[in-house]
Design a protein around this ligand. Structure first.
Ligand code: AP5
Length: 216
C-alpha cells in the first residue's frame, strides 16, 4: 500500500503518519523531517534548503524530487510507503507519478486532512518537536510528561524556527497557493479521500485506518 498524507501545515500529518506507518508496516517518508536532518548534517542539500524552510516557502521541485526518489528506492520502502509533506506542487505530483510507475507501483489513496487556518496557527505556534526522534508535542493539548523533554527518547524539545507566528502565516499562504491545487489533481484521479483533521487525534487515526482497511 502506498499512501499520501495531504494537508496544510499543522493539519496533523506527522502525528498521524507515525501511527499509520507503524500499524500498516509502511516506510514513513516525511519530506520535512528528511530536509531537517540534511540541515543538521550541514549537507549540500541542507545548505540549499535551509533559507527556503526558515522563510516558510517551498524548496525547489528538482531538489525535492531527487531526494524523495532516493528514499522511495530504499529497501525499507519496498513493502509500501506513506508520503508526508510530499508532493506539494503539481510538478512534484507529476514527478511522483513517473517515479511510482517506474517502480511498478501505484498511489492507493491521497488522504486530505482538512483543518481551518485559525486552528492551524494555534497548533503550530504551540508545537514542540524532538530533533532526535521527530516525536511531536503541544504545550497545551499534548504536553510532554516533563517540560521540555521528549517522552520517547529524553532529548531536549525545540520550537521549529518556522513555527514562529510570522513564518506560519507565510506557510499557510504558500500551502493555499501551491499545494491546494493537488486536491483537485488527486480527486480527478479518483484516489482522494477527505478526512476531518479537526477531530481529536484518536478519531482522526480511526478515520484514516477505516480508509486503509486491515493491515496485510
Ligand atoms: P514540513 O515539515 O513538511 O511541515 P508542514 O507540512 O508545514 O507540516 P508540519 O510538520 O508543520 O505539520 P503536520 O501536518 O505534520 O502537523 P503535526 O502532526 O506536527 O515542511 C517544513 C518545510 O520544509 C516547508 O515549509 C518547506 O520549506 C520544506 N518542505 C517540506 N516538504 C517540501 C516539499 N515537498 N516541497 C518543497 N518544500 C518542502 O501537528 C501540529 C501540532 O498540532 C502538534 O503540536 C500536534 O501535537 C498538534 N495536533 C496534531 N493533531 C491534532 C489534533 N487532531 N487535534 C489537536 N492538535 C493536534
Amino acid at each position: 500500500m502506498n499512501l499520501i498524507l495531504l494537508g496544510p501545515p499543522g493539519a496533523g500529518k506527522g502525528t498521524q503518519a507515525a501511527r499509520i506507518a507503524r500499524k500498516f508496516g509502511l516506510a514513513h517518508l516525511s519530506s520535512g523531517d528528511i530536509l531537517r536532518a540534511e540541515v543538521r548534517q550541514n549537507s549540500d542539500l541542507g545548505r540549499q534548503a535551509q533559507s527556503y524552510m526558515n522563510a516558510g516557502t517551498l524548496v525547489p521541485d528538482g531538489l525535492i524530487l531527487d531526494m524523495m526518489a532516493r528514499h522511495m528506492e530504499k529497501p525499507d520502502a519496498a513493502r509500501g510507503f506513506l508520503l508526508d509533506g510530499f508532493p506539494r506542487t503539481v510538478a512534484q505530483a507529476e514527478g511522483l507519478d513517473h517515479k511510482v510507475e517506474a517502480l511498478g507501483r501505484r498511489i492507493d489513496t491521497a488522504i486530505h486532512m482538512m483543518v481551518a487556518d485559525a486552528e492551524l496557527e494555534a497548533r503550530l505556534t504551540g508545537r514542540r518537536s524532538c530533533p532526535n526522534c521527530n516525536a511531536i508535542f503541544h504545550v497545551a493539548s499534548r504536553p510532554p510528561k516533563k517540560e521540555g523533554v521528549c517522552d520517547q527518547c529524553g532529548a531536549a524539545l525545540v520550537q521549529r524556527p518556522d513555527d514562529r507566528a510570522e513564518v506560519v502565516r507565510t506557510r499557510l499562504q504558500t500551502y493555499h497557493a501551491q499545494t491546494g491545487p493537488l486536491v483537485a489533481y488527486y480527486r480527478g484521479r479518483g484516489v482522494l479521500a477527505d478526512v476531518n483533521g479537526s477531530a481529536a487525534p484518536d478519531q482522526v487515526t480511526a478515520a484514516i485506518e477505516a480508509l486503509c482497511g486491515s493491515p496485510a
